[in-house]
Design a protein around this ligand. Structure first.
Ligand code: PLP
Length: 387
């Protein structure tokens, strides 16, 4: 099997799996208990908190463990709107956010909040001046993802953070695709809240965190017990948090090496595809791009058909368009960057990790070439345009 869908989820580090097991077997105590048996669970949670805080230049008291990126995103918006309700109900975000942000924004729109969705340029980059122009006296939150999950575009987060800070507006960033993959410094980047998820950086599924800068008193999202300094009720996922801390520590140590290794594989992959296949475009920015992301659109083809054909060779990738009950749903991200009509349905995203090899990339491109040729041979649309 060749796994090229690392933006969807990643293979866990074995060290992270090993770090989790004792908390299911021998040290299964609830970390909130005061007896000695609970001290190992408590220590594991605190060690992970400390390690994660250091990676983003935060304080341990600013890290709140959650069930993942979705919960962290939901909480950031809920928290900001509630904390700032006397000042206003206007939020600025972008049209290319993950649905964890977009659907939350739509929910609050139905409750009377106003949301401005900033559009990116054709490379998927958000213009900082567009953000500044959208600011109003009642703006209480700016939420812009650090990098896009479909096309890998990295946003000018530090510049956006500066603007938010200048106007005294809370700034949240969804860093689910970047934690462990990019250098993040919440202080230098003027970030007030940041969402991350363990399973995107070789940790377990179902655990993440929300960084909340000290002094920003957003209310808790889960109501119940007093866990996570009363802000996130519910018994901690001790094993998951231990696995997350271990994975975060490993990936952070490998950051420089991984970035170079994965970028080289990615560039080799992109060059082969663009040189050896006709009528294909690379989506997103060529420079400000996550090192593992290679998102393409193949003209006159259906991305899902390519994905299914690749699956027959045990190659895993993903597509931006899906066919739902016979209706072609186009990715909101590809729509936002205005991918031309003949290309937009043929999107396929390959996302590379440190576990991939050049042999796997070669095999994938070879199969992709055959599949594209075969599908185009059957495509009426392609034949119409290339008589
Ligand atoms: N935000 C982004 C940018 C993502 O890519 C994802 C997952 O794909 C999420 C949020 C949701 O994260 P989780 O799966 O941990 O809930």
């Amino acid at each position: 099997m060749i796994y090229l869908d690392n933006a969807a989820t990643t293979q866990m580090y074995t060290e992270a799996v090993d770090a989790m097991i004792p908390f299911y077997t021998k040290c299964y105590s609830n970390p909130s208990e005061i007896y000695n048996f609970a001290s190992k669970s408590r220590k594991a949670v605190n060690d992970s908190r400390k390690c994660i805080a250091e990676i983003i230049n935060a304080e341990p008291s600013e890290i709140y463990f959650t069930s993942g990126g979705t919960e962290s995103d939901n909480w950031a918006i809920f928290g900001a709107l509630n904390l700032m309700k006397d000042r206003g109900r206007h939020v600025i975000t972008t049209s290319i956010e993950h649905h964890a942000i977009l659907n939350t924004c739509r929910y609050y729109e139905r409750l009377g909040c106003e949301i401005t969705y900033i559009k990116p340029d054709s490379n998927g980059i958000i213009n900082v001046h567009d953000i500044e122009k959208a600011i109003r006296p009642d703006t209480v939150l700016i939420s812009v993802m650090m990098a896009n999950n479909e096309i890998g575009t990295i946003q000018p987060i530090k510049d956006i953070g500066k603007i938010a800070s200048k106007h005294n507006i809370l700034f949240h960033t969804d860093a689910v695709q970047t934690f462990g993959h990019l250098d993040i410094d919440v202080k230098d980047m003027h970030i007030d809240m940041l969402s991350a998820s363990a399973h995107k950086c070789h940790g377990p599924k179902g655990v993440g965190f929300l960084y909340i800068k000290n002094g920003i008193d957003i209310p808790g999202f889960h109501l119940g017990g007093k866990q996570e300094r009363t802000l996130r009720a519910g018994t901690e996922n001790v094993a998951g948090i231990a696995g997350f801390g271990t994975a975060a520590n490993i990936i952070n140590q490998r950051l420089e090496y991984n970035t170079e290794y994965i970028t080289n594989l990615r560039n080799y992959f992109i060059n082969r595809v663009l040189n050896e296949i006709k009528y294909v475009r690379l989506n997103g920015d060529t420079v400000n791009r996550l090192c593992g992301n290679a998102s393409f659109c193949f003209a006159y083809l259906d991305g899902e058909a390519i994905q299914i054909q690749l699956d027959l060779y045990d190659i895993c990738c993903s597509t931006g368009s899906a066919c739902n009950a016979g209706i072609k749903a186009v990715s909101h991200v590809l729509e936002a960057i205005q991918v031309p009509e003949e290309y937009i349905h043929g999107s396929v995203r390959f996302t590379i990790s440190e576990f991939n090899t050049i042999e796997e990339i070669d095999y994938t491109v070879d199969k992709l070439k055959d599949i594209v040729a075969k599908l185009r041979g059957m495509s009426l649309e392609y034949k119409l345009h290339h008589k």
